[in-house]
Structures are given as structure tokens and as C-alpha cells.
Write a protein that binds this ligand. Sequence first.
Ligand SMILES: Cc1ncc(COP(=O)(O)O)c(C=O)c1O
Length: 383
Amino acid sequence: MQTRVYLDANATHPLLSQVKIALREALSSEDEWGNPSSLHSSGRRSKKILNDLRKELELASGLKESGWVLCSGATESLNLALAVAKKKSWPVLYSAVEHSAVLRYCEKELASQARSLTVAEDGSLDLTVLDRELKALDGNPCLLVLQTHNNESGLPLLPLERQPEFLKILSEHPQSHLLMDMVQSLPKADAKLWKNLLPRASYVVASGHKAGAMIGIGALWVREGAPLFPQSFGGLQEGGRRAGTEAVWNAFSWLEALKVWRMEGDAIRALWKRQRDFLKSSLKDVPGLQMMLVPHDSEVLLNTLLVSLPSSRSDLILQKLDLKGISISAGSACRSGITQSSHVLRAMGCDAEWTQAVLRISMPVAISDEHLDYFVKTLKGIV
Ligand SMILES: Cc1ncc(COP(=O)(O)O)c(C=O)c1O
């Protein structure tokens, strides 16, 4: 294989080809991009990019452009929202499969204030536990932190058939503030899977590099009237909500990437569905391989397939695949290289043998069938 086969898009999606072209053109232009806070035309040119990005985020999510606070990534955005709970002394409830940006913040900053909510074997939130925990708060405010899709399993935390019950529970607890981590779903997942949840959210988080933009940009959306306490102090950027000169080039790349998703999102997902079906059928022949398939498999991130080779170990398989030109992770990229079992899979009740041998296949946009075929054949050859 001449080029590397990249199957780690949930960790970082490669720059979309359209984004590369737009960046090359912008870089070769004679027009300067000034500081977006400067009043001259070079500064206003940069400011327009930030504003256009917020408009594009509104088109992608339906969430008002003025609510989007640009940050360095989703980790900072999640931390910024969690800092509200710290400041207000709100209890925090989070699903057991949240990203380490949430788990670590709770561990370090909120210890006794935070409680984890169990998920079922299919990766969905246990609504009975949620209801019980909310009732125990006795009408006091709290922050509820939930992902739309999980980065390791690709599974939805709130499958469509459970969403009405979830929304009913929240309506009985109007004091609860919902923080939605949409990093993997926006814009990868079809909007029908998450759009009914957003009217209930006070805070929403997204990240550029999961969508084919440059690494180093993300955003927190804050509903009008919901509290926010800046965690960095300096200039009055982002309406005084996040100090520091904005990363204009990164913003430009995210803006361009979101335009691609707006125009081509349905076609991208249709191709992924076909390719994921191909993987599901062709990987069946790999000796000992097991796939994570749940009843609501149609609502999974269509670029993601989690498999395990229980008699082996992920790190050994990853090394062998790497030598054959294939980039892939064992679940979360944050864990790569460390022999630590996945908190996501443990929360879903997977046994140690399954968890230690897991491979997360996460396809980028426009991966070729030839690359997928090469991956399947290579995997068969090394196990
Ligand atoms: C669900 C989820 N939330 C948050 C993050 C953190 O995102 P970032 O890399 O932009 O800080 C990730 C990254 O993998 C993620 O998958």
C-alpha cells in the first residue's frame, strides 16, 4: 500500500481535502489576516471569519450563533461549563462513559459534588438511575453532563426510542442544567438522532478536529441566561466569556469543514453505511473476531465499528498493523500506548478479556474501498 490507511478518525479526523485547498488559497493570498480585535480592515477580515464560523455552527446545530464561545478545543469547552457547577456549588451528574475531560475535571475539582450515572450493556443511559438521582436533589439545581455519541463505541447514549422518556424526566426537574457533549455527533451523525434533545440543553460542546478541521479549536454554546464564569482573564474576546486572541486560521478551517458537511453530510453518511456493512460482513471471516453490535446499531456513528480479538492484546495488534501501514486505535486515543482498560467498556459490562483486545475502527470521510479491503486482509494475515 502506497499511502497509509487511516482508521482513527474519532481521535482526529484528517483535514478534509476541501479544507486543505481552501487553506492553501488563503495562505497564498496577499491579504493579511489581522488580530480579530483590531479595528482596521485586516482585523475585521479575521473577525468576519469568526462570525461566519458561528453562523455555520448555527446552521449545523440550530443553536443561535451568539451563544457560541470559541475555545481551544472541546476539553477547554467542557471544563468551562463544568466550572459553572464548581462556582455555583451545583451537584454534577455525568454518565459513566463520558470523556476523560469530564471525568478528570470531576475527580480533581468536584470530588464529592459529582456522581456517575450507570449505562446499560448497549451503552445507553440508565433512565431509572437518572430519575432517582434527580429526585434525590429535591428541586435543587444541578449540572447533567451527557454525550450524544460515545467516541469509543460510537453508540448513542440516548437512542431515539428512549428520548421521550428522558425528556419527560427532565421536564419534571426543570432546575437541572443539561450539558451535551456533541463532539462526535456534530456534524458526523444525522441531526434526527440528536435534534430533539437540544432545546433542553443549557450548554453544548463541539470540536473542530473531529470534523476535518485543524486541531486546536472547539466551542461551547451557552443558552441565553445560563451562567458562565470566564476561566481566563485578559482581553474581552468572545464577549468577555473567554479571554485570549482567537485562533483565526483554525476557525477558518472549521468554517470550511462545516460547509462541506452541510453540502455533503448525507452522501458521506450513505457511503459510510455501505462501507461499515462491508466491514461487518468481511470481518466475520477473521478467526476469533467479535463485533460490538447492539439492537439500535442503526443509530451508531456510521464511521465506527468496535471489534475485539479476545485471545490477543490490542497493543500487539496495533503495533503489527502500524508496521503494515495502518493507523488505528484501541478505543480512545488518550489511552493509546498505555495498558489501561477502557472505562467505557467496563461501564458497559464488557469482560476484561474482551476489553484488552479491542480495536476501534473509525473511518474518515472518503476512505477508499481499497483501503478497507487492505485493512481486512492485513488483519486476517496477522491474527
Ligand atoms: C466525546 C469527546 N468529548 C471530548 C473530547 C475532547 O476533545 P478535544 O480533543 O477537542 O479536546 C473528545 C476527544 O476525543 C471526545 O471524543
